[in-house]
Design a protein around this ligand. Structure first.
Ligand code: NAD
Ligand code: LMR
Length: 338
């Protein structure tokens, strides 16, 4: 890869501080579903990221307008728009990171699993193209139900002979973003200083925030921890209901997706100590896929980190989530192999 000097804007200095030399390698990021509710603000945020040199925006329709719009922003990356399946290969070729927010969102009364019938097929098709055109890319799966779409992706890649568990990620960053926000509000601590791991999966009770490990420490009651846990688990539903039929979280998801993609890019570029929670192939429980803290590096997952000490409440939550997560994983694997 060629090395290109970054522009010396103050923001790029801040983002690079601490790990990079004065140059950042060329990195191509592709967003699949780029004209959607998440895709558009995510395209904007990735255009603002100085680690990106090429930004490919793909959707089945409406991408030229989004790409033209975003391309006028005076930051490092070159933007290109791709519309329709015939252009998918060009969008993917040479991609280092592929972010997938393609698929239908929930309406009130639906579970994420209710999206399976439509989104499973969308994800399968996109992953077949990734296996063909950019098998080395890190894949950031946003499309729901994440608990199943990640196993689907793994099976598609296995069939194609390109599967590398280090390169496949379910994006659960929004759960962490929510847990941090809700904890800071309740604990009355500065939100920017808050850290809370969230493990398990990305649906209802499979989302398990570990508030016993939250920092800065606060003396919250059991009832407060229970309420915070429930609010984090139901955060997506809170937004779906507030949007009243107009979709699910898009802006907070774009923010979370941009944070996670940035972490992937930093890892690829050799930054030390890049740790984010993500739903990945895992051996830290008996489940084949599980979200936990993951150290990111030049090959994607460098290390899947353990759960650390859990409170009794969290231990109980962990046991309760396992059957549901296991069945979502099996559903995805079965779909991909039928
Ligand atoms: P949206 O309907 O606004 O946008 C989806 C986009 O995907 C549309 O532009 C559509 O044209 C596109 N699309 C459909 N089929 C495609 C294909 N085959 N190839 C490329 N693009 C295709 O929906 P949204 O609000 O952006 O949500 C997208 C997905 O993200 C949903 O499944 C939603 O449940 C999920 N989501 C996940 C999280 C998370 O935390 N992981 C958070 C929020 C939403
Ligand atoms: C979320 O957590 O906001 C997403 O998974 C979207 C949803 O359907 O809740």
């Amino acid at each position: 890869r060629s090395i290109k000097s970054l522009t010396t804007s103050p923001s790029s200095h801040i983002l690079r501080r601490g790990y990079a030399s004065e140059a950042a390698p060329d990195r191509k990021v592709a967003v699949l579903g780029a004209a959607g509710g998440i895709g558009q603000p995510l395209a904007l945020l990735m255009k603002l990221n100085p680690l990106v040199s090429s930004l490919a925006l793909y959707d089945i329709a409406n991408t030229p307008g989004v790409a033209a719009d975003v391309s006028h922003i005076n930051t490092r990356s070159e933007v290109s728009g791709y519309s329709g399946e015939a252009e998918l290969g060009k969008a993917l070729e040479g991609a280092d990171v592929v972010i997938i927010p393609a698929g239908v969102p929930r309406k009130p009364g639906m579970t994420r699993d209710d999206l399976f019938n439509i989104n499973a097929g969308i994800v399968k098709g996109l992953c077949q193209a990734i296996a063909k055109y950019c098998p080395q890319a890190l894949v950031n799966m946003i499309s729901n139900p994440v608990n199943s779409t990640v196993p689907i992706a793994a099976e598609v890649f296995k069939k194609a002979g390109t599967y590398d568990p280090k390169r496949l990620f379910g994006v659960t960053t929004l759960d962490v973003v929510r847990a941090k926000t809700f904890y800071a509000g309740k604990a009355k601590v500065p939100v920017a200083e808050v850290n809370v791991p969230v493990v398990g999966g990305h649906a209802g009770i499979t989302i398990l925030p570990l508030f016993s490990q939250a920092t800065p420490k606060a003396n919250l009651s059991d009832a407060e921890i229970t309420a915070l846990t429930k609010r984090t688990q139901d955060g997506g539903t809170e937004v779906v209901e507030a949007k009243a039929g107009k979709g699910s979280a898009t802006l907070s998801m774009a923010y979370a997706g941009a944070i996670f993609a940035d972490a992937c890019l930093k890892g690829l570029n050799g930054a030390p100590d890049v740790v984010e929670c993500s739903y990945v192939q895992s051996t830290i429980t008996e489940l084949p896929f599980f979200a936990s803290k993951v150290r990111l590096g030049k090959n994607g997952v460098e290390e899947v980190l353990g759960l650390g000490p859990l409170s009794d409440y969290e231990k109980e939550g962990l046991e309760k989530l396992k059957p549901q997560l296991q069945s979502s994983i099996e559903k995805g694997i079965k779909f991909a192999n039928q």
